[in-house]
Design a protein around this ligand. Structure first.
Ligand code: GLC
Ligand code: CA
Length: 556
């Protein structure tokens, strides 16, 4: 496999609206990010992924872009962005941004022109189609609920939107659209961006004629993913995109890819793949419900372990995953993956350890490094997220009580990850001096950066040691390129694996159970590289006892 500049890097996702507010308007901004660059450097991360900062009406929090060449006023100016680029470069760090090109905002100039002339050339940049049998062109349900088709005012036409109706899908079959997108991507890369996280990209290929699929819900619609799964030829678009843009700049790209066909992994992330890497969502998919959040499933440790290991094995001769425990679309990892007895600092450090040392490129989501948790709300009005509002309604429509619907949101809501970063125990977690756009998690008084900063055994300081170990001069190669080998796969509660190359064999192990467990090391322990419980000594023989919630990284 080819070696690339990004293979040994650690990435960090910033969700700008909730990261740090420098001017007191309650909204995170570029100045806020600038003020925290030293903090990020001290954490040891190399690549910063900024979720969308483009001009947007924020119907889907910036994933609805009105101008791809402009910074949202809420976040700052292009001059500030250029400063941010320069300052990160100074610190040896890189910036990647979100590339959201399956759709744009209905406020984008192209769409406004399309509405003004629904049979003209701008309408051809979208999917404007006549209805069928007095209704929309097909029976698809969008990702945020309701039909994917919205009437074009004053016409018999409908336009397609896989996400919110304010996010019309761009027509990738139109060469003008593709060329304009490539120009835009190159413009940012020439500015000095290191690459992109590529949003919802599987959706760009549609099935010609938009056939109906069998109804799969009480709303009489069929999930639009049925069409996505049936679509053929997305690779053609993705290879062209790569050739025209990323390849010319040696850019790092990470795809958000759901519903990929089984045998396409190498096409996506092999040496000649469409992307440098893509997120491994296989563990996340374990808790998905059949019908929505209200019937999401609890996580079983054995399933999680088996799924993680299978994903690692699947990719070993192909490429590298991007590994996450959470992002802006997911609940917090510590609330999702840790059993209740482990929802504490030791558990957060253990989860970080066993996740960051997997083979692949680790992505830390803001606040993960201090163990931020899900946030309970008592009324749906306290949520902002469009997806959460839809899923709340889906739950009520399915017969859930208000309490049950709120519980489903507590467990699954995207707003769990979107509450402001907890910098200190000052009002609103020190995120803003004003009123935050989304209320901070009340546990900021105990979980915050300032408290953890100086405390040796904090989650934050553990993450610093963990990132440093992963990138260390001695073991960095092994953690980056070394093989992944599961150990004690049938042992209850233990998640453990080896990272191994010619130079080193390193054991990474965590005990997720409520009791201590003793396992037999495959070889004598030589050195303890990292402990989450302040362990200093290793056993002389090969019997290793791990306390509940204990993790250890051991050189064998
Ligand atoms: C991706 C983003 C998500 C957004 C959606 C539509 O899944 O991660 O936040 O809502 O695409 O752009
Ligand atoms: Ca602000």
């Amino acid at each position: 496999m080819k070696k690339n500049w990004w293979n040994g890097k650690v990435a960090y996702q910033i969700w700008p609206k909730s990261f740090c507010d420098a001017n007191g308007d309650g909204i995170g901004d570029l100045q806020g990010i600038l003020s925290k660059l030293d903090y990020l450097q001290a954490l040891g991360v190399d690549i910063l992924w900024l979720s969308p900062i483009y001009k947007s009406p924020f119907v889907d929090q910036g994933y609805d872009i009105a101008d791809y060449y402009a910074i949202a006023e809420e976040f700052g100016t292009m001059e500030e962005f250029d400063r941010l680029l320069a300052e990160t470069k100074k610190r040896g760090m890189h910036i990647i941004m979100d590339l959201v090109v399956n759709h744009c905002s209905d406020q984008h100039d192209w769409f406004q022109k399309a509405l003004a002339d629904p049979h003209g050339e701008y309408a051809e940049r979208f999917y404007f189609l006549p209805g069928r049998d007095g209704g929309p062109p097909s029976n698809y349900r969008g990702y945020f609920g309701g039909s994917t088709w919205e009437p074009v005012p004053g016409t018999e036409l409908y336009y397609l939107h896989m996400f919110a109706k304010e996010q019309p899908d761009l027509n990738w079959e139109n060469p003008v659209v593709r060329q304009k997108i490539y120009n835009m991507v190159n413009w940012w890369l020439e500015k000095g961006l290191a690459g992109f996280r590529i949003d919802a990209i599987i959706n760009i290929k549609k099935v010609p004629g938009f056939p109906d699929y069998p109804v799969d819900g009480p709303d009489g619609l069929a999930s639009c993913t049925k069409m996505v799964e049936a679509a053929k030829g997305v690779g053609g678009f993705l290879q062209e995109l790569k050739r025209e843009t990323f390849a010319k700049h040696d850019a790092f790209t990470v795809g958000e890819v759901f519903n990929m066909k089984e045998n396409e992994l190498a096409e996506f992330i092999g040496d000649e793949g469409h992307f440098s890497t893509m997120f491994d969502f296989s563990a996340h998919e374990l808790t998905f419900g059949e019908n929505g959040w209200y019937d999401s499933k609890p996580l079983r440790f054995e399933d999680w372990r088996r799924t993680l290991f299978a994903a690692q094995k699947k990719v070993e001769n192909v490429g590298f995953w991007a590994n996450i425990i959470e992002n802006h679309d997911e609940p917090r990892g510590v609330s999702r993956y840790l059993p209740s007895h482990a929802q504490n600092e030791a558990g957060a450090k253990m989860l970080g350890t066993t996740s960051l040392l997997l083979r692949g490129i680790p992505f830390i989501f803001q606040g993960q490094e201090i163990g931020m948790t899900n946030c309970r709300r008592t009324d749906i009005s306290q949520y902002d997220d469009i997806n959460t509002k839809d899923q709340y309604q889906v739950a009520l429509d399915a017969g859930c009580t208000v309490e049950q619907a709120l519980e489903a949101c507590y467990v699954n809501s995207r707003d769990n990850a979107r509450t402001p970063v907890q910098w200190s125990d000052a009002p609103h977690g020190g995120f803003t001096t004003g009123q935050p756009w989304l209320a901070v998690n009340p546990n900021y008084t105990t979980i915050n950066v300032a408290e953890q900063e100086g405390r040796e055994d904090s989650v934050l300081n553990h993450y610093r040691r963990l990132v440093a170990l992963r990138k260390s001069a001695v073991y960095g190669e092994t953690f980056t390129y070394g093989a992944f080998e599961p150990v004690w796969e049938t042992e209850p509660d233990i998640l453990a694996y080896l990272r191994r190359d010619e130079a080193h064999t390193i054991l990474v192990a965590g005990n997720y159970g409520p009791e201590a467990r003793t396992v037999t090391l495959p070889a004598p322990a030589r050195e303890l590289l990292l402990s989450n419980l302040g362990r200093e000594e290793l056993p002389a023989g090969t019997a290793l006892t791990l306390a509940s919630c204990e993790s250890a990284v051991i050189l064998l």
